[in-house]
Design a binder for this molecule. Sequence first.
Ligand SMILES: [Zn+2]
Length: 337
Amino acid sequence: MLFKEKFKTVLLKTRALRLRQWMLPQAVAIIAYHSVTTDWKKQSDYINRGITTDADKFNEQMRILRNEYNPVTLDEIAEWIRGTKLLPARSVAVTFDDGFADNYYIAAPIMERYDIRGTIYLTVDAVQRGELPWFCRTAFLFQQAAARKIVLLDSETKRTWNLGNPDENREAFIYYNYPCAKLTGEELRNYIEKLETWFNFRLDRNDISGMMTFEQARELRQRGHNIGNHTLSHCNLAHISQELLCQEIAGADEILKRELGEPVEHFSYPHPCLNPQWNDATVAETEKLNYKTVTLTSFGVVTQRSLPLLLPRIMISNQDNKEFRWKLETALAGIQT
Ligand SMILES: [Zn+2]
């Protein structure tokens, strides 16, 4: 472990990775965040550690982007892929999935300090209802159940789960999350409410940072940020019917267009669980809606040969400066770590 850390430090210092980047065709990076918080412990205990970034670390990451990279927008990347624009080496675009209110209150002001503009993809149903997306609610149930050592009775299968046991908790978490990823709209809401009734507690929407409002989204748009589509329900689009997938993408697009007063040009695939996250039908739907870019949770950098409707990203959460640089440098050098 110690050797690995020293190895990373040496590689970053000698700029060997940069040399490798110069030898490869130009690549740009799209980095992806979710929640940015000033109370990391609480937020990550409540929802999901992997999607929560501490505000101070985020500030450091934006400082590094401004000083050591070239922050760009998704519109610029789309033009670069089309061949109508040149981008400087080491260009990086910043994106946020889901549409948490902290993107408005915390992340955007930090980005603006460094003159960086990002794209925030909204989970439209969650924003409209002012409720956290379903995967935050299930994460909360299972994380709290582990701490409270709850024994859960599934009143349909009559199975009991000892959720204080880490293995059983993990198994149950997957067992109850997979069906959610295939549900949308009212069916999804009913399923989550049934789970919350069995657990006999639920995530209080006022207890942590909730969703941003359309008004805040409009304001961010005026401040130069971009707002994208992240579906209505945050389902896995590759695992639902054609009819539902049109509704999830085009339905959300319609609402966003109405609320923002302009067309929406960027989309990101929700990927709560299950693989794959896209298929031919989902790509056809995003093509029909003329999106300039569509991003995935799959790891990778973007080259001029990338397909604009299937762009990989680099997922960032609570990395320290060294880890953040390591992730970006290795990715731009074509290495998956
Ligand atoms: Zn998401």
